[in-house]
Design a protein. Structure first.
Length: 263
C-alpha cells in the first residue's frame, strides 16, 4: 500500500518538477516553514519521517500539542535543493491543515472544561477521504478524542438502525453500546441497556431535565450530544459527558509560508 505522503507527492509532482529542472537548480539548501497565525503543533513528526526517507535532515519541528505564536518557524529541514522544492508545497499545506485542526480542538476543549472539567470533546468519523489518520491524530494531540474511529471499532445504534431493526430488549457486546434514541420515550427505555446515549436536537434546558431522569435510571450511563454549534458548547457542557463535533476537521487552514535558501 502506498504511504500517505508518497500519495500526496504523486498528486503534486507526478512526473517531475518542471521549474527546478528548467532553472537547473542543484546543490544543498534549507527549508523553513513559518506560520503567520498562532496555532497548535500536530503531525510534524510524521512529516519528519517522510523527509528522512527522502534523505533530508530535519533540524527543527514543532512538538505535538505545542502552542506556537504567529511568526514562529514550525518546521525546518536541509538537504538536496531539488527534493526540498518538490516537498515544499505538500509540506506547507499539510501542516496548515493539521495544526488548524489541533488549534480548533484545543479551543473547544478549553471552552467545555471551564464548565465541566471531566467532559470529553470527541470528533466524528466524518473525516476527509485519505486524511483520517492525521485528522484524528491532530484532534488527540490537542486534548480531544474520537467518538468513532471507524465502523469496525465501535457500536452506535442510530435512528436509521432503529427504523429497520427488529425490536430489542437486551444487547450484549464487549464494546460499549451507544444508542441514538428518536424521542424521549426511547431515551428512557434504552437508558437501561445502553452504555452511552447520543442525544441530538435538545435545548440545554431540555437536556437538564432529561439527563437527570436518565441517570436516575442508570447512574453509570454516559450522555453524548451532537449537532450543536461551537458557541453553544458552554451551554451544554454542564449536562453531558461527551460533546461530539465534526467542526475541527473544517477549521480554516493556518496561513503558512515557506522560505528556501541555498547553503
Amino acid at each position: 500500500m502506498i504511504e500517505n505522503f508518497e500519495h500526496y507527492l504523486q498528486e503534486d509532482c507526478p512526473y517531475g518538477d518542471e521549474t527546478t529542472e528548467l532553472l537547473q537548480i542543484n546543490g544543498e539548501g534549507t527549508l523553513n516553514i513559518l506560520s503567520r497565525n498562532e496555532g497548535i503543533g500536530a503531525c510534524a513528526d510524521d512529516l519528519e519521517q517522510f523527509y528522512k526517507n527522502k534523505g533530508l535532515d530535519v533540524t527543527y519541528r514543532v512538538e505535538n500539542g505545542e502552542y506556537f505564536e504567529g511568526g514562529a518557524v514550525i518546521f525546518s529541514a536541509q538537504g538536496n535543493l531539488r527534493i526540498l522544492f518538490k516537498l515544499w508545497r505538500v509540506s506547507q499545506t499539510f501542516l496548515s491543515i493539521v495544526c488548524a485542526i489541533a488549534a480548533r480542538t484545543h479551543n473547544f476543549v478549553e471552552a467545555a472544561r471551564k464548565e465541566n472539567p471531566d467532559i470529553m470533546i470527541a470528533t466524528s468519523r466524518k473525516t476527509h477521504p485519505g486524511f483520517r489518520k492525521y485528522e484524528l491524530k491532530a484532534v488527540k494531540v490537542a486534548g480531544g478524542t474520537h467518538h468513532r474511529n471507524s465502523l469496525s471499532d465501535s457500536i452506535l445504534v442510530t435512528q436509521n438502525h432503529l427504523d429497520v431493526a427488529d425490536s430489542f430488549e437486551n444487547l450484549k457486546a464487549v464494546k460499549k453500546i451507544e444508542i441514538e434514541p428518536r424521542d424521549n420515550d426511547e431515551a428512557l427505555k434504552y437508558a437501561e441497556i445502553a452504555d452511552v446515549l447520543l442525544l441530538d436536537h435538545y435545548s440545554p434546558e431540555e437536556m437538564a431535565v432529561l439527563v437527570t431522569k436518565l441517570k436516575t435510571i442508570n447512574p453509570g450511563l454516559e450522555i453524548a450530544v451532537g449537532g450543536i454549534k461551537s458557541d453553544e458548547i458552554p451551554q451544554y457542557a454542564p449536562y453531558v459527558d461527551i460533546i461530539v463535533s465534526t467542526a475541527p476537521y473544517y477549521a480554516q487552514p493556518l496561513d503558512l509560508t515557506t522560505k528556501i535558501e541555498r547553503i
